[in-house]
Design a protein around this ligand. Structure first.
Ligand code: URA
Length: 217
C-alpha cells in the first residue's frame, strides 16, 4: 500500500491526523547552510510580493537556539533594514524577551513570508504557499526544540490548518514536518500593542515557553 492509501485507510479508522517522519538531515555548519539557503532565494520572484519589496528579509539570530520565533511577514522598517522584527512590534517583542530572561540575541527570529506585503496586509494563500518551502528548509537546518508562532498567520503557515489563536495559545502541537519538534502558539506582538489588555496573557505564554525550552514542562 502506498503512502496516500495508508493515510486514507488510517483516516477511515479514525486516525485523522497522521504524521510521517521524514529522515531528518543534520547540518554540521548551520550558519553556512543558512547562508546558502538565503543566497538561493535572495532574488526570488515566485510571487507578486517581489514587485513591491525593497529586499528579501531573511531570518536572524542564533541558529543554535532551541527556540525559533516565527512571525507573519516583514513590515516597512524590516523591508528597509533587511532584518525581521526591527520595527515597533519587534522592539516590544525584544523588551518582553529580555524581561523573561531570553534576550533576542540568544534566539532565532524569522517570518512565514520573507517579503513585505504592500501596506502591511496579511500575505494571501498563494504568497504563503510560495514562501513556505524556504521557511521549512530554514527550520530543518536549525532543528529547534520549539517553534513559537507569533499570531494566527504564522501558526496557519506552520501547522497548515485554520487557527483560533485565542483558543489555542499557550499550547503545544507537533510540527507536521518533524513531529519531534513542538509548535507553541501565542499572540503576535503587534496585536498586543493594539490590545494591551492581552499583555498579561502574552507574558504568561512567553514565561511558559521559557519553561518548555528549559525542559521544565
Ligand atoms: N511583523 C512580523 O510579523 N514580522 C516582522 O518581521 C515584523 C512585524
Amino acid at each position: 500500500m502506498g503512502v496516500k492509501e495508508t493515510v486514507k485507510a488510517l483516516s477511515v479508522i479514525g486516525l485523522g491526523e497522521v504524521y510521517i517522519t521524514r529522515k531528518v538531515k543534520s547540518y554540521p555548519d548551520k550558519r553556512q547552510a543558512l547562508r546558502a539557503l538565503f543566497d538561493s532565494y535572495k532574488d526570488c520572484t515566485k510571487c507578486d510580493l517581489h514587485k513591491s519589496r525593497r529586499q528579501v528579509v531573511f531570518g536572524d539570530g542564533n541558529p543554535d537556539s532551541p527556540v525559533v520565533f516565527v512571525g507573519e511577514a516583514p513590515g516597512e522598517e524590516e523591508d528597509i533594514q533587511g532584518k525581521p522584527f526591527v520595527g515597533r512590534a519587534g522592539r516590544y517583542l525584544n523588551e518582553q524577551l529580555k524581561r523573561i530572561g531570553m534576550p533576542r540575541e540568544t534566539v532565532y527570529i524569522t517570518n512565514v513570508n520573507k517579503c513585505r506585503p504592500p501596506g502591511n496586509r496579511k500575505p494571501n494563500y498563494i504568497e504563503m504557499q510560495a514562501c513556505l518551502p524556504y521557511l521549512r528548509k530554514e527550520l530543518s537546518i536549525i532543528n529547534p526544540k520549539v517553534i513559537c508562532c507569533l499570531g494566527a498567520t504564522a501558526a496557519e503557515g506552520i501547522l497548515g490548518k485554520k487557527i483560533q489563536i485565542t483558543k489555542m495559545r499557550g499550547q503545544l502541537f507537533p510540527y507536521p514536518y518533524n513531529p519531534s519538534i513542538k509548535v507553541f502558539l501565542t499572540f503576535h506582538p503587534a496585536f498586543i500593542l493594539r490590545n494591551m489588555n492581552a499583555e498579561d496573557e502574552f507574558i504568561e505564554d512567553l514565561t511558559k515557553l521559557k519553561e518548555i525550552v528549559k525542559g521544565g514542562l
